[in-house]
Design a protein around this ligand. Structure first.
Ligand code: PMP
Length: 294
């Protein structure tokens, strides 16, 4: 594949049915497209098994509930649809994108008459959010001018499409300046996360990561914390000021698409990267974990 997302073979699960990929369309007059009323998931299958599939479905339903949408299917239906889709697409390792959005005859901010649509698509060509060679060399981050809003200004626990506009603006800001991604601070100016991944910092056997009280507590983040604790690391969830970043030896991002991605630098601060680092070992341990999970 690796081509235009609208012109592919295969199927998309669309409102309860598998439809040919090219026919999975919605009209441009769609509430979700105009006002950002949509929530989604990003999941990955490894060797035919979706990593933390149940947790992703739970988060999808929670996201929908937070933004006031009732998904007209059960969690079991969504879980089976994801698995059936992999079989129909003949995919073993791929990215999976469930999406829930408001549509229907009503146009405007009011949603009293809108209907709720659900689709699930999968593709193989997002093997990683960052290229493997960039991940191994470590990625370069720049601090974004855009901040993660306060929890009473944004539905931060929902993976809600509208909120992603600041991520896209931050990513574009970084890429235009020759960086791979942006570091986002929060409304209090504490370190928050990347544009689509959580962040960790290492100093010896101690690992610090920001408290997810205004950004997504990633499913990968939680799995990595569990793995690191088992390995004997001390994990501290704490508020991290940008001026503290210089004190750390290593840093990395975690996310479904990013997996474990070493960070080479944030602004002027350089981190250790390469085969001798804790992060490099973690990248491999995470790969073993996802490839062995049942
Ligand atoms: N933060 C943001 C903004 C994200 O988009 C993602 C990716 N879903 C994450 C963190 C990491 O979440 P997860 O590990 O569940 O993919």
């Amino acid at each position: 594949m690796g081509k235009n997302f609208t012109d592919r073979d295969g199927f998309i699960w669309f409102n309860g049915k598998f439809v040919p990929w090219r026919e999975a369309k919605t009209h441009i007059i769609t509430q979700g497209l105009h006002y950002g009323s949509a929530v989604f998931e990003g999941e990955r299958a490894y060797n035919g098994i979706i990593f933390k599939s149940k947790e992703h479905t739970d988060r999808l339903f929670n996201s929908a509930e937070i933004v006031g949408m009732e998904i007209p299917y059960s969690k079991e239906e969504v879980n089976s649809a994801k698995n059936e889709l992999l079989v129909k697409m003949n995919f073993k390792s791929c990215y999976i994108r469930p999406l829930v959005w408001r549509g229907g005859e009503q146009m405007g901010i009011s949603t009293t008459k809108s209907d709720i649509n659900v689709s699930i698509s999968a593709w193989e060509d997002w093997t990683s959010y960052f290229k493997m060679e960039d991940r191994l060399a470590g990625i370069k981050l720049i601090t974004s001018p855009w901040k993660r809003p306060a929890p009473d200004s944004s539905p931060y626990e929902a993976k809600s499409s509208g909120v992603y506009v600041i991520c896209t603006m931050s990513k574009e800001f970084a890429e235009k300046k020759g960086f791979h991604d942006a570091l986002m601070l929060d409304h209090r100016n504490f370190v928050a996360e990347g544009t689509g991944a959580n962040i960790f910092f290492i100093k010896g056997k101690k690992i610090d990561t920001p408290i997810p009280d205004c950004f997504l507590n990633g499913i990968t983040r939680q799995a990595v914390i569990q793995m690191l604790k088992k390995q004997g690391f001390e994990i501290n969830e704490r508020y991290i000021k940008p001026e503290e970043i210089k004190n750390y030896d290593e840093a990395f991002l975690t996310g479904t698409a990013a997996e474990v991605t070493p960070i080479r630098s944030i602004d002027d601060k350089k981190f250790l990267v390469g085969e001798d680092t804790t992060t490099f070992k973690l990248l491999n341990d995470f790969s073993d974990l996802v490839n062995s999970s049942l």
